[in-house]
Write a protein that binds this ligand. Structure first.
Ligand code: GDG
Length: 455
């Protein structure tokens, strides 16, 4: 049996990625067959990027390359995060288009492909992750690789019209078809991609979900990513979780907590969420002093201008809402622009009466699943979830909302706060069952089984 070879921008070898669910799943899969993990070292050098290879104690090999400043700027900051990310999240208004950035994007894909292929063996299976590497299979094929190669997109796939806003859409989609299997988070992402294939690339759909594009067969599928449900449940009962809950408890007194935890990203709908919180306090003077919202917004991509503007906008909004509704002994909306450990987050989720997960677009959203697993079975909180998160296709028993609809979101917060225990339990048990059943190991096996299967 061949090994598994994973390619992703960040790998478990770099501390920043270590806590994530993806790192855990890929790591477990690689350990099982003594695999290889290729990606970026996290280092930026002024010229001639080096690469290194080393083996971990678990027998997993890492193959990591540095990036030059120009590559980091063109490949990562500009094409990946200022062109693809906004378009795939339906924000064509925020996208920048720049041929030079695209050239760097291709060059980095090609360089990593050429480096990886030197280490590939005949029966290996390659699993590529996310929008940074849409052309990876194409680059590998051109370097002579014929083996099984799959791709998983962690972010949404936009509607065909939105995708066509990318000047390079047709080239990118054809390159993507060099994979054997393309996996999406949700049915809606898959449908968007299939429509694009048929309408724009004239794909033969008679054997769907296998499509023939320019004589090549490619399979598409839906693989909603999960979390390590058991580990998160445990994290919520850890000493660090208890300490975090006790600390925030001293601030809260007997007030109810509403929690949000997101990377500070415009896709997460934070300004809209804050506006809805303002509307909620406006509509419910009787709840002033009785409820407090805490939003943890972990700074992200701070070198990209749109993210700096978002930070500025959030600072202003929070100031206004607390100025309007706060009192001598009460802060309605607390906003913490910093990160906490996974255990601490789990502790905060556990004591929060309501979890607010209201992205404008999200591939899946793991916070929604983490909030569910952290709850106390005897007294569970209520999840409010955006209909535009991939997770909404699975978590039907959440209170599903349109994050743009401020007044309904405000009203949903009130409904969540006053929901009777019996209904909270019923909804939560259904949610917990889904999150447990479709956990990270389920996701990994589902994808890898399809990748292994003949097409
Ligand atoms: C992309 C897609 C898809 C957040 N703050 C801290 C922290 N986090 C953790 C959360 C969660 C993860 O980061 C965020 O995952 P999400 O899924 O919510 O969102 P993205 O980062 O945008 O992830 C998304 C995902 O990929 C997986 O495919 O679901 O749609 O956009 O685990 O808990 N973790 C720690 N401290 C923090 O302050 N330790």
């Amino acid at each position: 049996m061949g090994r598994l070879v994973a390619i992703s921008n960040r790998t478990a070898a770099d501390a920043g990625a270590q806590a994530g669910g993806l790192a855990v799943a890929v790591w477990d899969a690689l350990k099982a067959t003594g695999g290889l993990w290729a990606g970026w070292s996290g280092d930026i050098v002024s010229d001639s990027p080096g690469s290194k290879q080393f083996e971990s104690e678990d027998g997993v090999s890492f193959l990591l390359t540095d990036m030059t400043e120009d590559e980091h700027d063109g490949f990562y900051l500009r094409y990946s995060n200022s062109t693809l990310w906004p378009i795939f999240h339906y924000r064509v208004d925020l996208a920048t288009f720049d041929r030079g950035a695209f050239d760097h994007y291709l060059a980095v894909n090609e360089r990593l492909a050429n480096l990886t292929i030197e280490h590939l063996r005949e029966h290996d299976m390659v699993w590529v992750h996310d929008y940074h590497f849409l052309p990876m299979a194409d680059a590998l094929r051109r370097a002579g690789w014929k083996g099984r190669t799959g791709f998983f997109l962690h972010i949404p796939f936009p509607t065909p019209d939105m995708f066509r806003a990318l000047p390079e859409h047709s080239w990118l989609a054809r390159a993507l078809c060099q994979f054997d299997l393309i996996g999406f988070q949700s049915e809606s992402d898959r449908t968007n991609f299939e429509r694009y294939l048929v309408d724009s690339l004239d794909a033969d759909a008679s054997e769907a979900p296998i499509y023939t594009v320019a004589g090549r067969r490619v399979r598409v599928g839906v693989y909603p990513i999960g979390i390590d449900a058991a580990a998160f449940e445990e994290a919520a009962r850890s000493p660090a979780a208890g300490d975090a809950a006790a600390r925030i408890g001293r601030f809260l007194g007997n007030r109810d907590l509403i929690i949000g935890v997101d990377r500070m990203d415009y896709s997460k709908g934070l300004p809209q969420r804050f506006e809805a919180v303002g509307a909620f306090f406006d509509n419910h003077p009787e709840l002033h002093g009785k409820v407090s919202v805490t939003q943890i917004a972990t700074p992200s991509r701070t070198k990209v201008e749109e993210y700096r503007q978002l930070r500025y906008e959030l600072d202003q909004l929070v100031g206004r809402i607390n100025g309007d509704y706060g009192d001598l002994d009460w802060i309605p909306l607390r906003y913490l622009a910093r990160s906490y450990s996974r255990d601490e987050l789990a502790g905060l989720f556990r004591i929060a009466r309501v979890g607010l997960v209201t992205p404008l677009r999200d591939g899946m959203n793991l916070v929604a699943k983490e909030y569910v697993m952290a709850q106390d079975p005897e007294d569970p909180g209520v999840l409010i979830l955006s209909e535009f998160a991939g997770a909404a296709e699975q978590l039907h028993e959440a209170l599903i909302v349109n994050p743009h609809d401020r007044s309904t979101l405000a009203e949903t917060i009130r409904i969540a706060l006053t929901m009777p225990l019996e209904e909270r339990k019923r909804r939560w048990e259904a949610l917990r069952d889904v999150v447990r059943r479709t956990d990270i190991a389920w996701w990994r096996d589902l994808f890898l089984n399809d990748l292994r299967a003949k097409i």
